[in-house]
Design a protein around this ligand. Structure first.
Ligand code: CDP
Length: 319
């Protein structure tokens, strides 16, 4: 019950990836889930030893000035200069300063969301976090629309917006950004050198079109801190995924955390195929070959936390 360790060897109730995939005849009865407030608070305290979501969610204006040199977190030999535009978009105070929410939804991008009917439930949470500018308009029944924070890896500009090759793609990105009105756009700008121009394009677009969003650029130490926290809990991840980063941050300011769209497997519990993303045709091979993520390992850890009541993982339909 209260064991902080979420390694499978110390949590016999954990269902391994193989079990999830192979077991298809007898569906488990709808298991009842209870929130474990004590464990949630314990996790919050433990995470705080590694990072402070309020601070690490974004670098602030006071700590940088235009022209400052930053070494990329994953490409340490490469540097970038803090541009005027980036500086202009840095928040003065943390977008999460003093924030507390009764319930938060973290919406991952797995195809498991399709036909889930979870949109209404997701939108009913006090704070909704989404990943990588995933589209919502065409999928509202399953994913909802409420967005309080959305992440954007620079690679999204390439994968979902054709590197803004022409006016049509520019317009598409503009539309998406406008639709966020007021919410937080979280851009990991200091992680990998590959995103340099893409981050600059987006920054420029936001300023030029006076888009009403609050930008945030995670601190240089966030990734290592998150990794450190999980390693201490025997979850040996190489590089935390966006989803795991969001969960780890959310422990600070959310009382109850609900996860949707977390399912890094090509088949569901009934052996039906599941798309890697609910909105595009990206394949699973992409994940295993090109990505340093260890999603199934993360999933196992999250599943264990679900069973202990620290978070609620929804991998089926909503009522
Ligand atoms: O930025 P990243 O490539 O990690 O994420 P994404 O593909 O945009 O999906 C957002 C998050 O949803 C991931 O970081 C995972 O935590 C989760 N996810 C999942 O659990 N299963 C999938 N099939 C796809 C995404």
């Amino acid at each position: 019950g209260m064991d902080m360790s979420i390694n499978s060897s110390s949590s016999p109730s954990v269902v391994g990836k193989g079990d999830v995939i192979m077991k298809h005849q007898d569906k488990p009865p709808p298991s009842q889930w209870n929130h474990n407030q004590t464990l949630s608070l314990k996790i919050r305290k433990h995470v705080l030893k590694f990072l402070d979501a309020e601070k690490d969610i974004s670098v602030l204006k006071g700590t940088l000035k235009p022209g400052d040199i930053i070494h990329y977190v994953f490409d340490r030999d490469s540097t970038m200069n803090v541009s005027q535009n980036l500086y202009a978009l840095l928040p003065r105070t943390s977008p999460l300063k003093g924030k507390h929410f009764r319930t938060c939804a973290i919406v991952g991008n797995s195809g498991i969301l399709l036909n889930s009917g979870c949109g209404k439930e997701i939108d009913a949470h006090s704070f909704v976090i989404r990943c990588n500018l995933a589209p919502v308009q065409e999928y509202t029944r399953d994913v909802g629309t409420k967005t309080d924070l959305v992440t954007m890896n620079p690679s999204v500009i390439q994968r979902a917006f054709e590197d803004l090759a022409n006016d049509t793609w520019r317009e598409k990105l503009l539309q998406r950004l406008h639709s966020l009105n007021g919410s937080i756009l979280w851009i990991p700008a200091f992680m990998a050198k590959g995103g340099k121009e893409r981050v600059e394009w987006v920054n420029e677009l936001i300023l030029k079109h006076r888009i009403n969003i609050r930008t945030a650029y995670p601190s240089l130490r966030l990734l290592h801190a998150v990794r450190g926290y999980w390693l201490t809990n025997k979850v040996y991840i190489k590089r935390p995924t966006t989803g795991l980063l969001m969960y780890t941050l959310a422990t600070r300011f959310c009382n109850r955390i609900y996860l949707y769209g977390f399912w890094p497997f090509p088949r569901d519990q009934d052996q039906k195929p599941v798309k890697y993303h609910y909105y595009d045709s990206l394949k699973y091979g992409y994940m295993s070959q090109a990505s340093p993520h260890t999603m199934p390992l993360e999933f196992k850890a999250l599943k264990a936390l679900h069973q202990q009541g620290a978070l609620k993982l929804t991998v089926g339909e909503c009522d």
